[in-house]
Design a protein around this ligand. Structure first.
Ligand SMILES: Nc1ncnc2c1ncn2[C@@H]1O[C@H](COP(=O)(O)OP(=O)(O)OP(=O)(O)O)[C@@H](O)[C@H]1O
Ligand SMILES: [Mg+2]
Length: 603
């Protein structure tokens, strides 16, 4: 059962993005329709409002034509007044319907935006660590913030116009042809040309829009990287270097946005020209028809109004069309993320067959076992080859080995941060892939080599993700820490449990961060506790305290300790030496030292 070697690089170029244009609408509809399901009532109201406003707009010219040809010509002023009243009614209908459309679609847009952001964020959480190794956070943030917002703008503003103008255009077009088909076709001819031009240009506009969004993503990634590493940049006096890198990204964004600006404006003048041409054609041809007695003045006025009703919305569609292309480009970038699926799914638990096969009672079952595990990082070199071992309940294991030897990788596989390329990892006799993530997190505590803290208080960071202490008071937590012998560690913080931790935890020393990570893991009383260089930045006195705490964890807790300092691991029951793809058992502390010094056994 090997995993697919999926890589998670999101496209960042613009080359391959010219996906089949004709599919765009279908794909857009497929991904957006489910998000709008809950908004059915609003959408129906909007549709009714659109139809009402279209009908009212289209009836107005008929009323005017009638007023001219029937009432004005015969001097019937009561009739004219009546028509004026009717017209006013039509205009009020258009006003009310327009207000309703905007209000409802605004709400639909915001709701789609809300759901889409949630969906994106949920997807990000479900994706494996490899995805985050391969993509820059800044670009991801830009996808969640900017791209969804572009889509929202389309929904809130453009979609109403799209539907409203679209139905007006169709309606006016039908009226034009039905009233006088020759004049009608002449009036529509410029629109046909515009339609063809639009078809030809849309792909290009979308591509330029996408390039604009892409470069915004890169810019945001650039900013994020230099903000994250600001200290290193100052220490190495590389401000210039990063300024240059930023300037390059900014310049690219500038150029791309100029093009996307041009692209978004390209339709407006073309549509304007078509509109004017349409009116000109109708005026000339209409006057000719009047002189030959084939048209009345009232009808010509009505006709010109219809040409207006046809071309005005068309002209507005020009703006909306670019905004649609921008929205589609955004949607593409969002779908790049949404269409990824994790290559680390929870697999089906096929009962307890493995446990029975081993014919051992639960207490004798190894807490964790590697079965012929090999591992290679995506596009990296092979780190582990065909490794098998078992960790028994309650024992302490040490992993030693040279830098880059594969200790952290082995530990990451134990906690299922990655899945093995080959072989299996068993947690209490069952494939680790059958455990839900919360079950796994309950059983395994992992203190990372680079501890990560969230902004909040020390307390919040300690109880992070721990359901048992989610709502406990300071006192309750203090007592729990006392029982776990952890309270002496709290004294290392000014302000104790309520000491503030800023995002990135800059106000704390690395050792203090490790203490918090240690308390976070120890308080969970996991069955397997993995410490990756957890004491590397802690003074020897505190280290003694940590050792004391470790030795007072429940006797059933299995510990895996990764350390460079050998005194940290002298109490280990077994020492594994990890290097060059292999994991070998070092019989004793002395042998481990020998292995470390010479990379091989002395005998
Ligand atoms: N995310 C990654 N992508 C690709 N290669 C990686 C990644 N993380 C580690 N490696 C590579 O895998 C190998 C093992 O790394 P690992 O972090 O497991 O070493 P380690 O034994 O923990 O070293 P140290 O003692 O310095 O912490 C190294 O060659 C490293 O370059
Ligand atoms: Mg390491």
């Amino acid at each position: 059962m090997n995993n697919d070697r999926t890589t998670y690089f999101l496209p960042t170029g613009t080359e391959e993005q010219n996906k089949a244009q004709q599919n765009t609408f279908v794909r857009a509809w497929k991904s957006l329709a489910p998000l709008m399901l809950g908004e059915r009532k609003r959408l129906i109201i909007t549709l009714i409002a659109v139809l009402a406003s279209t009908l009212a707009t289209l009836l107005a010219p008929v009323i005017i034509a009638q007023a001219v040809d029937v009432y004005i010509v015969h001097g019937n002023y009561m009739g004219v007044l009546m028509d004026a009243g009717l017209l006013l009614l039509m205009y009020v209908i258009v006003l009310v319907a327009g207000y309703n459309q905007t209000k409802n679609m605004g709400t639909v847009g915001r709701s789609v935006l809300f759901k889409l952001r949630n969906e994106l964020f949920a997807k990000l959480q479900e994706l494996p660590i490899a995805f985050f190794n391969q993509n820059k956070a800044g670009d991801l943030i830009s996808r969640i913030n900017n791209d969804t917002d572009k889509l929202n703008q389309f929904f809130a503003q453009a979609l109403v116009q799209f539907i409203g103008n679209g139905s007006l255009i169709v309606g006016a077009g039908v009226f034009l042809v039905v009233l006088n088909w020759k004049l009608g076709l002449a009036a529509l001819a410029p629109a046909a040309i515009v339609f063809i031009i639009t078809q030809l240009l849309s792909g290009w506009v979308k591509q330029k829009s996408r390039a604009g969004l892409q470069s915004l993503g890169s810019l945001s990634a650039e900013i994020q990287e230099s903000l994250d590493n600001f200290k290193v940049i100052v220490v190495f006096n590389r401000l210039d270097y990063f300024r240059k890198k930023f300037n390059t990204a900014n310049e690219q964004n500038y150029k791309a946005s100029i093009w996307s600006g041009i692209a978004s404006g390209v339709f407006t003048p073309i549509y304007g020209l078509a509109s004017n041409l349409g009116q000109l054609v109708v005026l000339c041809y209409g006057l000719y028809l009047i002189t030959t007695g084939n048209l009345t003045i009232g009808l010509l006025i009505g006709y010109i109004l219809y040409v207006n009703s046809f071309y005005n919305p068309l002209r507005q569609l020009a703006t909306v069309w670019s905004s649609l292309q921008l929205a589609l480009a955004s949607l593409d970038r969002i779908q790049d993320v949404l269409s990824l699926s994790t290559n680390m799914p929870i697999i089906e638990d096929l009962g307890k067959d493995e446990v029975e096969m081993k014919n051992t009672s639960n207490s004798l079952l190894p807490v964790l076992a590697f079965e012929n595990v090999s591992f290679t990082y995506p596009e990296g070199k092979s780190v582990l080859r065909d490794i098998s071992f078992e960790l028994e309940k309650g024992k302490t294991y040490a992993l030693v080995g040279p830098t880059g030897g594969g200790k952290t990788t082995t530990a990451s596989l134990m906690a299922r941060l990655y899945d093995p390329t080959e072989g299996r990892v068993l947690l209490q006799g069952k494939d680790i892939r059958t455990y839900k993530s919360h079950e796994r997190a309950e059983k395994i505590g992992f203190i990372l080599q680079e501890p990560f803290l969230f902004s909040g208080t020390v307390k919040e960071n300690i109880v992070y993700g721990n359901a048992n202490y989610a709502d406990c008071s300071d006192d309750e937590l203090a007592r729990a820490l006392e029982t776990a012998r952890l309270s002496s560690l709290i004294e290392r913080f000014d302000g104790g449990l309520s000491a503030k931790v800023s995002g990135g935890a800059d106000g704390l020393s690395l050792g203090q961060k490790q203490l918090i990570a240690f308390m976070r893991a120890a308080l969970r009383k996991p069955e397997l506790l993995i410490l990756d260089e957890a004491t590397a930045n802690i003074d020897t006195v505190t280290e003694q305290i940590l050792e004391d705490i470790l030795s007072h964890l429940p006797s059933t807790t299995t510990k895996v300790i990764i350390a460079h300092r050998l005194n940290t691991i002298r109490d280990a029951d077994q020492i594994f030496f990890v290097n060059a793809g292999a994991l070998t058992l070092a019989g004793s502390m002395d042998e481990a030292v020998e292995l470390l010094m010479h990379g091989k056994r002395s005998s």
